[in-house]
Write a protein that binds this ligand. Structure first.
Ligand SMILES: Nc1ncnc2c1ncn2[C@@H]1O[C@H](COP(=O)(O)OP(=O)(O)O)[C@@H](O)[C@H]1O
Ligand SMILES: O=C(O)C[C@@H](O)[C@H](O)C(=O)COP(=O)(O)O
Length: 332
């Protein structure tokens, strides 16, 4: 029964670094974007969604990022504050950069896509010197997302944050969060992803995301082979997600745990990964076993995919535990 240990006596449980954006989710379902006329605005961006989920579950959280100096940037910052997330390291851009937008298309519960507007976005302008070492030093976990590696100076800011994490005994969770349109080519992407994964303790991604990381050496790895590569570095848990077929977690001692999924009344599929990551991390930080934490992650995902938003739909602990006790969990 594997558990994972975290430093005690830190001010923050989890600090996330990366993009803070706006989701514009289609109000009209089961139709293509061309025919969608209205959208509802939410705070979005994978690390933002995950940290909101963690804060709702009661953890002490903070964010390291950069927002546009406009109405959208102010909306994002005040939403984080309302959710009890520390924003003292959320920097306001002064170059005229804009807020990234993600329009979502809900063609059917199984057929969802995202149309992203990410030219000159503020989140990718976070400078290394803007990352406050003391925030990371005072956290048990640093959460990073792959999209922040897509360009400079944000990429260097992530790697400096990883150095601070190593220096101050902070565990790193790397959510791969691969968004192809943010990147120039797969070689650049895979090189930086692999460098960040070497410095991470918990790595979570879909099979497709790991395939991207392996593609430059023409590797075709099984889930187990994929996971084993990272145990030569710092990894203590590697999770490979398979959508509605659940996920598999691996540990360095050769243990593997396959999770089931909770039955869900699916409205849209996006948000599954972010809610899964937040509830998984919450439970593992409470001393739960991997199996237990995967159940929490799966339950949170089932809740969020049945609702309209990602961030705003993140469950409280009561809602999550209710789902775990009354929901139907299908072992796969
Ligand atoms: N259709 C579904 N029904 C129930 N649970 C789901 C469904 N799709 C995804 N999930 C849950 O969400 C988790 C993450 O989903 P996945 O699609 O693999 O991630 P991502 O959103 O990052 O692509 C899965 O491991 C599973 O627990
Ligand atoms: O990450 C984004 O910028 C968009 C998200 O806010 C979004 O809604 C989404 O795609 C969630 O991703 P997932 O949890 O990996 O499905």
């Amino acid at each position: 029964m594997t558990t994972i240990s975290f430093s005690a006596d830190k001010i923050f449980d989890v600090v996330a670094l990366g993009r803070l954006c706006i989701d514009l989710n289609a109000n009209e379902f089961n139709r293509p974007m061309e025919e969608t006329m209205t959208f509802t605005k939410y705070v979005g961006g994978s690390p933002a969604n995950i940290i909101i989920g963690l804060s709702r579950l009661g953890l002490k959280t903070g964010f390291i990022g950069k927002v546009a100096d406009d109405q959208m940037g102010r909306y994002i910052k005040s939403y984080l504050e309302k959710e009890n997330i520390d924003t003292k390291n959320v920097v306001i851009d002064k170059t005229g950069a804009v807020t990234g937008l993600a329009f979502t298309e809900i063609k059917s519960p199984e057929e969802c896509s995202i149309l992203m507007y990410r030219d000159n976005v503020a989140d990718l302008l976070l400078e290394p010197l803007e990352v406050q070492e003391d925030i990371i030093a005072n956290a048990k976990v640093l959460l990073i997302s792959g999209t922040a590696l897509a360009s400079s100076p944000s990429k260097e800011a992530v790697f400096l944050a990883l150095e601070y994490a190593q220096l101050h005994d902070v565990k790193v969770l790397f959510d791969l969060d691969y968004r192809p349109y943010t990147w120039k080519n797969v070689y650049e992407t895979a090189v930086y992803y692999n460098l960040a994964a070497e410095k991470s303790h918990i790595i979570i991604g879909t099979r497709e995301e790991f395939n991207m990381m392996e593609s430059i050496l023409n590797e075709k790895c099984s889930d187990e082979e994929t996971a084993n590569k990272w145990f030569n570095h710092r990894a203590e848990i590697v999770i490979i997600k398979h959508g509605s077929k659940g996920s598999i977690a691996y540990t360095p001692n050769g243990e593997s745990v396959r999770s089931g999924v909770f039955e869900a009344d699916v409205l849209k599929t996006f948000g599954a990964g972010d809610s899964y990551a937040s509830a998984f991390l919450y439970r593992i930080m409470q001393g739960g076993t991997i199996e237990d934490a995967m159940k929490y992650g799966s339950a949170s995902a089932a809740i969020v995919i049945s609702k309209h938003s990602c961030s705003d739909a993140m469950p409280t602990l009561d809602e999550l535990e209710e789902k775990i006790s009354v929901g139907t969990y299908k072992q796969i």
